[in-house]
Design a protein around this ligand. Sequence first.
Ligand code: HEM
Length: 123
Amino acid sequence: MYDRVGGMPFFEQLTRRFYDAIAGDAVLAPLYPSDPEQFEQARVNLRGFLVQYWGGPPTYSDERGHPRLRMRHAPFVIGDAERDAWLAHMTEAVRSRGLAPLDETQMLTYFQASAAHMVNAPG
Ligand code: HEM
């Protein structure tokens, strides 16, 4: 997948669009760092994770260790509203990239499942 979608530039653009949307989202923005450098670092962390997950270089784990994503999200209250907002922005970001239909479906299916998995305060 990493090579098919165009490698690093794809994930750079995907996470930029996604994080721009988060910055303007009333539900999600309060969960993320307000300091611009930390906000940018959060984006770079997501970019690195997705690059690695989809078959690119494993820089994320080299720098941050095993992802353990549910555990890393434990400090944040993630209910249905947060999941829906996160998924809506990610879906919009993925669709904006003009992927081949099967690649787009595979990516969106993954984000649906992983976003549901991150909910730690159902309701
Ligand atoms: C369901 C709604 C979700 C919410 C509200 C959410 C929120 C957050 C927040 C607040 C952070 C911390 C940012 C920071 O302070 O550095 C974070 C980090 C992260 N999130 Fe999510 N997230 C969600 C779902 C997901 C999903 C589905 C994935 C993966 C597909 C994901 C991947 C990551 C990664 C890789 C990090 C950085 C972890 C690290 O290395 O520290 N998140 N998320």
